[in-house]
Design a binder for this molecule. Structure first.
Ligand code: B12
Length: 321
């Protein structure tokens, strides 16, 4: 049924695009130009929402926004059907040369690293915001932020990045990922995930990214910051009614009691809440964690898939191992 129009928050919720991206696509590419209210607020039609959803899906398939923003809905529909069919046929084979109008993914990555080294945090933030507009959220995480963290890690290990530089990158990324999370407005009845790291564990990027992934999959999410004692995490889970709690462990030696702490958490959480653990530091505990009923996931792709199953099948309201 055609309604009179929808405000940008509703469009954001329905399309999975942040209001910022929707506005930039309008300004730069005239992807959709919505009507305005008497107070000059944007008001989108059902057709506008359909077009934005299609653009969002096509970006995830690897298309460039600059190439497709001007196309009519029927062409976007055929393109999406073709892309999906081709991906299914050649599963795993990249079909599209990964380049963007202004800068390739590699170009964004190189520039981010250079800006980090030069401690140009404002520019780094601007570059991340631009990359988000160009790449969409999933490619931004998988192809820019994760490789960037790896490179930062290498430079740090080689002593080529000083503590102050690393701290500034951390602070910039924390703000950026936090903003990304704030920009979404998940439905009030969507499942909730609490995200943190165990007490004493300060490496927080894994947790921050897990929170951003959950938000982009439509989950309500509370990122609690790093280093949360088990009892406090349980209090948050109960108050929020979380369907899942995700913890990231990068450096297990940060506390000698991490395994006990996680087992305690798994004992204390309500049966309806799944404990998900990930991060490069979990390999040695995998079996024990699984025996204690926790779900151990290797990467963000695995997390995204699990979260998506719960979101898309409303009859499934728990995460299965
Ligand atoms: C940034 C950083 C820091 C920052 C952290 C800032 C912050 N706000 O997070 C600071 C400077 C504080 C720091 C401190 C320390 N660090 Co440090 N740090 C790093 C660095 C450069 C990046 C780590 C990171 O966050 N990576 C990003 C995460 C997301 O990647 P990942 O764990 O591989 O995760 C992948 C998956 O596992 C998955 N994943 C991650 N989390 C989750 C969660 C879920 C739910 C799921 C599903 C998946 C998932 O996603 C990722 C992609 O697939 C690494 C170097 C490197 N190359 O990694 C060192 C590193 C981790 N640090 C190290 C060390 C030794 C330390 C210190 C002890 C240094 C010191 N002497 O003080 C302290 C430890 C403090 C403590 N109490 O823990 C070592 C650890 C060595 C080891 N044995 O494992 C490393 C490897 C560097 C090195 N080679 O020496 N560090």
């Amino acid at each position: 049924m055609e309604s009179e129009g929808h405000p940008i928050r509703v469009v954001s919720r329905r399309t999975g695009l942040s209001p910022h991206v929707i506005r930039v696509w309008e300004k730069r590419y005239q992807a959709v130009v919505p009507a305005r209210t008497s107070k000059n607020r944007r008001l989108y039609s059902d057709e506008d929402i359909r077009k934005l959803s299609l653009l969002s899906s096509l970006i995830k398939e690897g298309r460039r926004i600059g190439d497709i923003a001007h196309l009519p809905i029927d062409e976007l529909e055929s393109m999406l059907a073709e892309d999906r069919a081709a991906v299914a046929q050649y599963s795993g084979t990249p079909l599209i040369k990964r380049e963007d109008g202004d800068r390739s993914v590699e170009g964004h990555l190189e520039r981010c690293i250079q800006l980090a080294i030069n401690m140009e945090d404002d520019e780094l933030m601007a570059e991340l915001v631009e990359a988000h507009v160009q790449l969409g959220e999933i490619r931004l995480m998988d192809e820019l932020i994760m490789p960037m963290l790896e490179r930062i890690g290498e430079l740090w290990e080689q002593g080529r990045l000083r503590v102050a530089e690393e701290h500034l990158v951390s602070a910039t990324l924390r703000t950026f990922l936090g903003n990304l999370t704030m920009n979404h407005s998940p439905a009030a009845d969507s499942p909730h995930m609490t995200v943190t790291t165990p007490e004493g564990h300060v490496h927080e990027y894994g947790a921050l990214i897990a929170a951003a992934v959950a938000v982009s999959e439509g989950w309500r999410t509370s990122y609690m910051g790093p280093s949360l004692p088990a009892e406090e995490a349980v209090a948050a889970i109960r108050t929020k009614g979380s369907t899942a709690v995700a913890l990231s462990i990068v450096f297990p030696e940060a506390s000698s009691r991490v395994l006990d702490e996680l087992k305690r958490l798994a004992r204390l959480v309500p049966a309806s809440c799944k404990v998900i653990v990930g991060g490069s530091g979990i390999a040695r505990f995998r079996e024990q964690l699984e025996e204690a009923g926790m779900m151990v996931l290797d990467d963000m792709k695995g997390l995204r898939q699990r979260l998506r199953t719960v979101m898309h099948d409303k009859s499934v309201r728990s995460i299965r191992s």
